[in-house]
Design a protein around this ligand. Sequence first.
Ligand SMILES: Cc1cc2nc3c(=O)[nH]c(=O)nc-3n(C[C@H](O)[C@H](O)[C@H](O)COP(=O)(O)OP(=O)(O)OC[C@H]3O[C@@H](n4cnc5c(N)ncnc54)[C@H](O)[C@@H]3O)c2cc1C
Ligand code: FES
Length: 275
Amino acid sequence: MSACRIAANKLRTTSILSVKTESPTVKTFTFKDRECATAKPGQFLMFWIPGVDEIPLSILDVKKGGDVSVAVKKVGEATEALHKMEAGDVIGVRGPFGNTFTMVNGRTLMIGGGTGIAPLLFLAKKLASQAPRMIFVLGAKTKSELLFMDDFKKIPGKGKKHVVASTEDGSCGITGMCTDPLEKILEKEKPDMIYACGPELMIAKVFELAEKHGTRLEVSLERLMRCAIGLCGSCVISKYRVCTDGTIFTKEQLIEVRSEFGVSKRDFDGRKIQL
Ligand SMILES: Cc1cc2nc3c(=O)[nH]c(=O)nc-3n(C[C@H](O)[C@H](O)[C@H](O)COP(=O)(O)OP(=O)(O)OC[C@H]3O[C@@H](n4cnc5c(N)ncnc54)[C@H](O)[C@@H]3O)c2cc1C
Ligand code: FES
């Protein structure tokens, strides 16, 4: 293992600097960590909630002074415990881990669902100075869960930007899934690159359309993660370990792992379960 990876894997304790409520189920937590503040878009960290669990989270933002933010949805034991924590509470972090999105110099389309929107916001902020055109397609079940709409609208940079919102209940933007308007957008905008992050069945639909239109694609995949350094095997998808070979995968790599992508993953006992 390289010296860089060893340093990243060391558990550091730090304290929460601030907590912001983003939606009824999502909060953003900010803390100081110099290692994770070097992260690039697409990378993740392991977040330790003392006495409860350690969980993987995408990096939402980093600041030069060392501030790092993550957006966390309350779904189970660890995330519920984290939602009860406040500024000043002690946490632990390892990372940053994983590869990064490719920064293309062209027209880009980002499509995200749920908390999958978080890493795309980090990417959009970094790409804004060089992208001539950026389209953001953001989806959620309902308006109150549609994350970071205003942040995407306010991204600076000279290039043209357009935000398309969709909600399953029709309370904001297009009614339905965020992939519903995608084909028309691809035909009209002809982006050079699609970046996608969110539920895997959503990503699978994006993959299908990217294949049909011959568009370059990078997606962020989620699998069960324990070690985050390629040792335990809990994150495997066919020949890849998502924690070290990903979490960002190209369209060509997704073709290689077609038998498992959008189909199955491993559970806590290592058994394959249907998505
Ligand atoms: C690379 C990566 C990035 C992620 N980024 C974010 C993010 O930015 N924001 C966010 O809210 N969530 C993110 N998640 C999902 C987050 O890790 C889970 O929601 C969290 O671990 C749930 O823990 P829990 O104890 O609250 O819930 P549990 O009740 O333990 O689990 C609920 C569900 O969460 C998933 N999960 C649980 N433990 C893990 C684990 N160790 N690794 C992967 N998935 C797990 C499983 O699908 C499980 O069914 C990410 C996951 C991965 C793999
Ligand atoms: S999480 Fe252990 S090998 Fe990827």
